[in-house]
Design a protein around this ligand. Structure first.
Ligand code: SAH
Length: 340
């Protein structure tokens, strides 16, 4: 079946022309497909013959809600979606003062192997198509009757390990005839694939790049993130500087605070020294406990000491607010549970 929702505008035109349609049909069909319809029958201004042809040979890649959990604490909604081939992915819808934010998955599983992360427990099944990334937003919007204004690519998967499809997604989601969400409202989080960060920098997109650093030196980073065996912290920070120079965008570093592992003041000091002078922001995440690992999140006093140390170096750091803590809202936990 033709994955019409993943088509760029050029591909859509080429496809429709190959079916004998006039060029103006592209805009009509593109708008319908990107509006989140779940059936080709909804395309009321499109000739019946074309609708039935599309029904025969194309798919809208509709995702089904397999599980929906609503946090009693803050209204955060977590979805487990079933894809056309039966695989499952997760998305989380959060309401912030600055607007509704959705955290979407980019792969089914993950092969990066970070030791604290539930998404990677069973490895990578496959990457998502652009349509399947768009679907997560469309289904949540339709289900809740609310619009999404911000997107974070921080769900299951490593976005830069699915580079081409993620780039296509970023272009489709930004289209004025589509979901029309501006790149400044989108954050992409990566465990630090240096070669891909350098490629992405050349695109000069206005998205926010979040880099999961989690440790200031190679020895510790290698213990918790296998990717550190491929790229050193120095190489990663160098690529981040290049990204900042090419795009003018401030990098956001994510740093998971694991009690007794990553949260000592010595490490905060080392981090401060290495990041001093770069245009960046540090997002501290007290690690969410997953039952498969014995890591614990840091307590308040240790977090405060860590923040104070970074501030001494003139680095702004914030501690991530925890939403949906009653519905295991952090990556991969629901998918992992559903497979158990
Ligand atoms: N693969 C991408 C995006 C997905 S994870 C990346 O690595 O950045 C989004 C963020 O949540 C990453 O910073 C990740 O390291 C972090 N994370 C994963 N498991 C976590 C846990 N148990 N507690 C806190 N943060 C976690």
């Amino acid at each position: 079946m033709t994955d019409i929702k993943s088509f760029t505008r050029g591909e859509m035109e080429e496809y429709l022309v190959s079916l004998g349609e006039p060029k103006f049909r592209e805009k009509q069909v593109f708008k319908w497909v990107q509006s989140g319809i779940t059936s080709f029958d909804s395309m009321s201004n499109v000739p019946a013959a074309l609708r039935s042809r599309l029904k025969d040979e194309a798919t809208l890649k509709t995702a089904e809600i397999a599980v929906k959990q609503v946090s009693a604490i803050d209204g955060t909604v977590k979805y487990l979606f079933r894809l056309e081939d039966g695989e499952h992915i997760e998305s989380v819808f959060m309401r912030y003062k600055h607007g509704n934010t959705i955290c979407i998955s980019t792969q089914v599983g993950c092969r990066m192997g970070c030791s604290f992360c539930a998404s990677t427990l069973n490895g990578l099944k496959r990457s998502l198509e652009p349509s399947e990334m768009l679907e997560q937003i469309m289904r949540a919007e339709a289900d809740l009757g609310e619009k999404v204004s911000n997107i974070v690519l921080m769900g299951i998967g490593e976005p830069l390990d699915n580079y081409e499809n993620v780039l296509k997604f970023l272009s489709l989601v930004n289209d004025p005839d589509g979901l029309n969400i501006g790149h400044r409202h989108i954050s992409l989080s990566t465990c630090g694939l240096v070669d891909k960060i350098r490629l992405l920098a050349k695109e000069r997109l206005q998205i926010t790049l979040s880099v999961s650093l989690h440790a200031p030196n190679d020895a510790l980073r290698k213990r918790i993130m296998p990717v550190a065996h491929r790229f050193s912290v120095a190489e990663l920070l160098d690529a981040c500087k290049d990204y900042e120079k090419q795009t003018g965008r401030r990098i956001s570093f994510e740093y998971a605070l694991i009690d007794g592992v990553t949260d000592t003041v010595e490490l905060a000091d080392e981090l401060g020294r290495k990041l001093r002078g770069t245009l960046c922001h540090v997002n501290l995440i007290p690690v969410n406990q997953i039952k498969e690992r014995d890591y614990k999140g840091s307590n308040r006093a240790r977090i405060d000491a860590f923040v104070a140390c970074l501030e001494n170096y003139g680095i702004t750091a914030t501690v991530r607010r925890k939403l949906g803590s009653d519905i295991s809202a952090s990556c991969g936990q629901l998918r992992a549970e559903s497979k158990a």
